[in-house]
Design a protein around this ligand. Structure first.
Ligand code: ASP
Ligand code: MG
Length: 454
């Protein structure tokens, strides 16, 4: 059995939906097909919610536009005999959505829970349309089997419960099962939640892992993983194959191909991922598996992640820096903040740096200050330095020979171009070298590194 996931651009227009139809109808075995909301709709639903909550009457026009977009698609892709039923179902959803927006405009507030309910309408509607469009398809509702639990102020997938429920759900035979991506319900309250922006990929992965699918196909609007973002590097090329680890590193550091959490569940079950293009369905795409191939490129890509904050901590010479590190990481991790890349300069063994996302920076600073309050007042640790809004550039490849030397060469070339590298890390993983640079120099740095490496 295969699991296919079609992203927003793939289900965003009549033309692209007709491609989806022919791709799915061409599979002569049972398949689970996960769909995103119509391209751009999730952003639109959020923007409209904000308007409504500010009592800006323009939300009504936006709501109208959302409705007509769906009706236009329905009348062009759904076979005539099924159209009245689909129009009825989608109208019910649109009416409910409109009532929620009207409610927001009265209470002038937008609780996070309500926003989750609002965005869920995107996938609920697209899945109804796709299920009616595809011959022999039926809809299976992920609100019944994708479950989340609370983790600090976030909702995260409860993979164990989800696995059980998915197995039960798909015990009843199906030909093509169309599933809304992204949306879930809280395992305790039953309230609607989501898997986070870009989360439809993750829905696909959870189902593929639970069902031990033969492959997870991610259908998108590019030919696969590229050696760099082609909008910045026109000569970037498609990477035919890479390992799970490499794909994980590239996505963690900004490649927009797959939502990073997607990779873990399928990696764990050793289910290959294929990245394919709905608009160029015969292109080979990128295959992601657990082993390197003889034919692999030695390097797989250069990606960048904006909005990085770097923290530097310095203790008095001779202090136990390992202990300072452990306490720092524990203090930060306890609040659920993800900390990535740690750099230690060997010659300066009383200091270290680490990175977090800009969004987490303030909280991380408070946590560190309270953890080290006694040391800070005694001045055995200096006030942590924090710099926001930097870019992390990652160079990824499991076959990287002599990482230290490559890092040196890259630093050198960047330096020659007047680009200051704020920090480098070669130790964080075997697969990746990272460089922290200022945001204005990101594109130039990517160009220099890409031409050096590829
Ligand atoms: N529609 C959701 C989003 O735009 C989920 C997804 O497309 O993966 O974030
Ligand atoms: Mg996506």
């Amino acid at each position: 059995m295969k699991v296919l996931k079609f992203g927003g651009t793939s289900v965003g227009t009549v033309e692209s939906l007709l491609n989806v139809k022919s791709i799915v109808e061409g599979i002569d075995a049972p398949a689970v097909v996960v769909v995103s909301a119509l391209g751009g709709l999730t952003d639109k639903l959020i923007a409209t919610a904000n308007m409504a909550a500010e009592a800006d009457p323009a939300y009504r026009d936006e709501m109208e536009a959302i409705s007509s977009r769906h009706f236009h698609i329905i009348s062009n892709v759904v076979p005539e005999d099924k159209r009245p039923e689909v129009i009825k179902e989608v109208s019910l959803l649109l009416n409910e959505l409109k009532r929620i927006y009207d409610g927001l405009s009265l209470i002038k507030d937008l609780p996070a829970k309500t926003l989750d309910v609002i965005v869920s309408f995107g996938e609920r509607m697209s899945s109804v349309i796709v299920a009616a469009m595809i011959d022999g398809a039926e809809r299976r509702d992920s609100l019944n089997f994708i479950k989340t639990e609370k983790w600090f102020d976030k909702n995260i997938a409860d993979q164990k419960l989800t696995t059980q429920l998915v197995i039960e759900e798909f015990q009843t035979p199906f030909n093509k099962a169309i599933v809304p991506g992204f949306i879930a319900t809280d395992k305790d309250s039953g309230e609607i939640t989501t898997l986070g922006r870009g989360g439809s990929d993750f829905t696909g992965a959870l189902i593929a892992a639970a069902m031990e699918a033969e492959v997870l196909e991610i259908w998108t609007d590019v030919d696969g993983f590229m050696t760099a973002d082609p909008r910045i590097i026109p000569e970037a090329k498609v990477v035919p194959h890479m390992t799970f680890i490499e794909s994980m590193e590239l996505c963690t550091f900004g490649a927009k191909v797959i939502y990073p959490p997607t990779i873990y569940p399928v990696f764990h079950k050793n289910i290959p991922i294929k990245i394919l293009n709905t608009f160029n369905p015969t292109a080979p795409g990128t295959l992601v598996t657990d082993t390197r191939l003889e034919s692999d490129f030695p390097m797989k890509g250069v990606s960048s992640l904006r909005n990085t904050t770097i923290f530097s901590l310095r203790a008095t010479p001779g202090s136990d820096i390992a202990e300072v590190q452990t306490r720092t990481f524990n203090a930060v991790a306890k609040q659920g903040i993800k900390l990535f890349i740690v750099t230690i300069v060997p010659e300066r063994n009383n200091e270290f740096s680490f990175m977090v996302s800009d969004n987490d920076a303030e909280i991380a600073m408070d946590l560190i200050k309270s953890e080290f309050a006694p040391e800070l007042s005694k001045r055995s640790i200096e006030t942590p330095l924090m710099r926001n809004s930097l870019t992390t550039i990652a160079v990824v490849g499991e076959d990287m020979k002599n990482k230290k030397r490559l890092a040196e060469r890259i630093r050198h070339s960047l330096h020659r171009d007047g680009i200051k590298v704020e920090a480098t890390s070669t130790g964080a993983s075997d697969t990746t070298i990272t460089f922290i640079v200022s945001p204005e120099r990101t594109e130039r740095a990517l160009q220099i590194i890409h031409s050096l490496v590829f």
